[in-house]
Design a protein around this ligand. Structure first.
Ligand code: BES
Ligand code: ZN
Ligand code: ZN
Length: 479
């Protein structure tokens, strides 16, 4: 992974300057001609590239009218453009000099570059040839404390881990392998893990997870991660839950639309988000007690697969009439949410690639969120999302939507009909917990087919930065 550090290197040939428009260029050591060139270029461009023999100088102009979150995002995006150019001209090391008064600007550009530098090359036979050239960024900023860069590096590393998990196909990443990967992330970062295998899941009667797994030849897993620091700021733990469907064919209600199965290896992105977040939280020693749960299986048609019409008794004893086996995420998540009750959590935050309806509503630009917690509490999470630009579009969570889940023969049915699909899915989940609950549907933003910006191509690792930012604020606010 790209190395970020804060020591000033001797005479690097590639330097990026972040500046504000009224700043004088004199102290940057430019000639009169160069200053003239920059002045002309910046009328058209926010990013100016100066080349002198073996030197590459870039200037990025911040618009003082941008508000804080917009500025940070513009810097990350500029970081993406820069990383493209820098890898194209095969540069390994560069200096990033932040001339502005705020520390965040330099960090945001470094973050954008580092996130853009991610690659998933495992399955190429010519990986070496394809590797990015950029290896090291020295961030020069007198306001910077080395710890801040360490935290940023740790979070980026965790995003990389989450993306790796999402990008792995099911031929490698079965439910058991996912559990093993999470165990090794735990060892590396310092959180503990416990994995329930099929026998244990059967003895616990996790009916939802077992039902979805019936069509699979691979056993299910249920992974518990725990980060319990010495003096946590909270008394009740926070619980994260992530959907771990390692592949979703739809089951017997086979996915009907052309190409809709192509990227269904990414249906465990919720699991990747919570595992990545735990990795970041533990490796930076965040003083908060947090647990994360990942129910995992693939969803396939088979002789023994669960069927439309089946009635399933779930972990908490409620019964569900299955009317579509492609609504499998809520079946396995329901068991995990009921299981979470045993911790008497302060709050449950659940991530899942749950519905096509969420994709239709917001596309890849954000996630859909619903909750029964007080507005101020949800606003803290939304604000964290705005800052890291993993944004949450809130959907209504009115009780009336529950009417659509009434079954003629069981407590609930697993689909709500044609309307409000993302909401009825969230409402279904709400039936399985009595604790404060936030549901985040990341179906649109977890996987991007074509590279658009620093989120990369394939798994985006969305959720890791959001969760980290949220808890970092709680830790510093002492809540
Ligand atoms: N994994 C899918 C949702 C999904 C769709 C994720 C597109 C990413 C991209 C989920 O299991 C699913 O199939 N949901 C169904 C539910 C329906 C049958 C009620 C959907 O949204 O179509
Ligand atoms: Zn499905
Ligand atoms: Zn699914």
């Amino acid at each position: 992974m790209l190395l970020l550090h804060s020591e000033k290197q001797q005479d690097l040939n590639t330097v990026i300057h972040i500046i504000v428009p009224d700043q004088s260029l004199d102290k940057l050591g430019f000639t009169k001609d160069e200053i003239g060139f920059v002045e002309r270029m910046r009328e058209e461009e926010d990013l100016v590239h100066l080349t002198k023999v073996d030197k590459n100088i870039f200037l990025y102009y911040i618009d003082p009218d941008w508000d804080r979150f917009h500025r940070l995002e513009m810097l990350r995006k500029a970081g993406f453009r820069l990383s493209k150019t820098i890898n194209r001209i095969k540069i390994e090391e560069l200096e990033l000099v932040n001339h502005t008064n705020d520390l965040e600007s330099g960090l945001a550009m470094a973050e954008g570059m580092a996130l853009s530098n991610y690659q998933f090359l495992k399955y190429f036979s010519d990986k070496e040839k394809r590797k990015n050239h950029l290896k090291k960024i020295s961030l020069v900023d007198s306001k910077l404390r080395p710890e801040e860069l360490e935290v940023l590096s740790a979070v980026i590393k965790s995003v990389y881990k989450a993306r790796d998990l999402v990008n792995e196909p099911v031929s490698y990443l079965t439910a058991s392998r996912l559990a093993e990967e999470i165990e090794s992330m735990g060892k590396e970062a310092g959180f503990s893990t416990e994995v329930f295998h099929k026998k244990k899941i059967e003895s616990l009667r996790m009916g939802g997870l077992l039902a979805v797994n019936k069509g699979s030849i691979d056993p299910p897993t249920f992974t518990i991660m725990e980060w319990k620091p010495l003096n946590p700021v909270n008394t009740k733990p926070y619980v994260l839950v992530g959907k771990g469907v390692v592949y979703d064919t739809g089951g017997l209600s086979l996915k009907p639309t052309r190409n809709s199965m192509d990227y269904m290896k990414s249906d465990m992105s919720g699991a990747a988000a919570v595992a990545g977040a735990m990795h970041a939280l533990a490796s930076t020693n965040i003083p908060i007690h947090i647990i994360a749960l990942v129910p995992a299986t693939d969803n396939r048609p088979d002789g023994n697969a669960y069927t439309p019409g089946d009635v399933i008794t779930m972990y908490n004893g409620k019964t569900v009439e299955v009317l579509n086996t492609d609504a499998e995420g809520r079946m396995i998540l329901a068991d995990a949410l009921s299981y979470a009750s045993s911790y008497d959590p302060e709050l449950i935050i659940e991530f899942s690639t749950l519905t096509g309806s969420a994709v239709a509503a917001v596309g890849h630009l954000g996630m859909v969120g619903m909750t029964n917690v007080p507005e101020e509490q949800f606003n803290e999470l939304k604000e964290a999302g705005n800052k890291v630009f993993e944004r949450i579009a809130e959907f209504p969570f009115w009780d009336e939507y529950s009417e659509m889940l009434k079954s003629n023969i069981a407590d609930l049915k697993n689909i709500g009909g044609r309307q409000a699909g993302a909401i009825t899915a969230g409402k279904f989940l709400e039936h399985f917990t009595d604790h404060p609950f936030i549901h985040l549907d990341i179906a649109g933003c977890a996987f991007i087919e074509k590279e658009k910006s620093y989120q990369g191509q394939g798994g985006t690792g969305v959720g890791v930065r959001l969760v980290y930012e949220y808890f970092r604020n709680i830790a510093s606010g002492g809540k």
